[in-house]
Design a protein around this ligand. Structure first.
Ligand code: SF4
Length: 177
């Protein structure tokens, strides 16, 4: 109820942009659905854009038109949410999607990203994801990748062409780090 009240307070001034920072954290599935529905209704009523900041990939899949995936404060990938979801082109995005539970015949042990995120004040040289990336090469450890156009989206990765279509394949056990 408090979250609903805050959403109503945020929209009362008819903003052009609503920013919802982790709006579903610590909510069960039913409350999560309710809060997202209220946000969508208020956004519609205000005629506003909605910027969702979230770690919940299901929220992204169900509610985002465009998605910006960030790692260590930097862009990994930016593009239409459906396209990014169906075919990630940055290894970090692939790792996030690979860690989601699968239904049906694809069900298997979930891969986990190796290592831990870097401290904000101590980013490694080059690509910040390199210490955890299965595709990391020498260039990745010295040269920070700039976002560039890849099939209508922005991707910051030197080796995006080598990201497999199946994200799980990139983070399977036994693959060299
Ligand atoms: S630039 Fe290199 S280390 Fe960074 S995500 Fe791409 S392949 Fe991995």
């Amino acid at each position: 109820m408090r979250q609903r009240a805050v959403i109503a307070m945020a929209t009362v001034g008819a903003p052009d942009l609503l920013v919802a920072d982790e709006p579903t954290t610590a909510l069960d599935a039913e409350r999560r659905t309710q809060v997202l529905r209220v946000l969508a209704e208020q956004r519609e009523a205000a005629g506003a854009a909605l910027l969702l900041v979230t770690h919940d990939l299901d929220v992204v899949r169900e509610h985002a038109d465009r998605v910006l995936v960030m790692y260590a404060g930097r862009t990994s990938e930016l593009g239409p949410a459906k396209a990014v979801w169906n075919r990630p082109r940055a290894p970090y995005t692939a790792g996030l999607l690979a860690s989601l539970p699968q239904d049906g015949p694809r069900r298997r042990r979930l891969p986990a990203l190796p290592g831990t995120p870097p401290a904000p004040g101590a980013l490694p040289p080059g690509c910040a994801f390199a210490p955890r990336c299965p595709l990391a090469a020498d260039r990745c450890r010295t040269e920070e990748p700039e976002p560039r156009d890849v099939d209508g989206r922005l991707v910051a990765c030197h080796r995006t062409d080598e990201v497999p279509a199946d994200p799980v394949a990139l983070f399977q056990e036994g693959r060299p780090a």
